[in-house]
Design a protein around this ligand. Structure first.
Ligand code: SLL
Length: 240
């Protein structure tokens, strides 16, 4: 009987916007740090709380979230590392996971060279992906969480080549390991900043469309000008 591992794919990171005209010396950017399930999967059956440890210059820097969306939105002026501690529900069989998110507010020179300077509409995103693997979930966890999720991927590690097998699951018991990934229900609590982001993205798309139309118009005008000039030359030749 293979032992099963439970795999939970998550994303975490930060999204920052420059505040433009609304910026002041200590509040140049608005940012959000977040932990969420990939494809917006609901993590609340697995996670008890997420603690974000902000820089001590923020009021009450330890922020504890016990329900989704697991995120903190703030305004500030500087970049720093945000400690993230994910505490799991007791039935998960693992206590916690510690992560670190790099809050980035200012684009690097090469990013500016590639996509232009920072604007109030372009978010600066740093996203990390991680697979949380639970080796020994309790029976109640399988009842409460696993049975209610859809299986999407199963890998029989025991059937891989020797090297990989050794790297992945050599825990000396000679047992085959089954890695199981699940599809979760969508999280109902949508990220607050995401709604804002979508609006901004839609606005950017509109701007892009306008820009394309404007360029197409310019190209047509230019072609008209060339054709007119050619016509004048031809007319001149006819008169000669
Ligand atoms: C730096 N090591 O010097 C970093 C520290 C701290 C940022 C950045 C506070 C905002 C507020 C804030 O943005 N702190 O006071 O509300 O760049």
């Amino acid at each position: 009987m293979p032992e099963e591992e439970y795999v939970l794919p998550i994303s975490y990171g930060s999204v920052a916007y420059w505040l433009g005209k609304k910026a002041d010396e200590y509040h140049s950017h608005e940012w959000t740090v977040y932990v969420r399930g990939q494809n917006n999967a609901d993590l609340s059956r697995v996670i008890e709380s997420v603690t974000f440890q902000l820089h001590p210059s923020f009021a009450e820097p330890k922020r504890v979230l016990t329900e989704p969306p697991y995120e903190v939105t703030e305004t500030g002026w500087g970049e720093f590392e945000i400690g993230i501690e994910i505490k799991f529900r007791p039935e998960v069989g693992e206590e916690k996971e510690k992560l670190m998110a790099n809050l980035k507010l200012f684009p690097d020179a090469d990013e500016v060279a590639k996509s232009g300077p920072q604007t109030t509409k372009k978010p600066l995103v740093v996203e990390n992906r991680e697979e949380l693997i639970f080796h020994k979930p309790r029976k109640s966890f399988w009842e409460k969480v696993v049975k209610k999720s859809k299986r999407v991927l199963e890998e029989e590690d025991g059937e891989k080549d020797e090297d990989e097998t050794n790297n992945n699951n050599n825990n000396n018991d000679g047992k085959k390991h089954k890695k199981v990934t699940f599809a979760y229900d969508e999280c109902e609590a949508k990220s607050k900043h995401e709604a804002l982001w979508k609006q901004r993205e839609a606005k950017m798309k509109d701007d892009e469309e306008l820009m394309k139309l404007w360029c197409a118009q310019k190209v047509t005008e230019e072609r008209c000008r060339v054709l007119k000039a050619q016509l004048m030359v031809l007319e001149g030749q006819l008169l000669d």
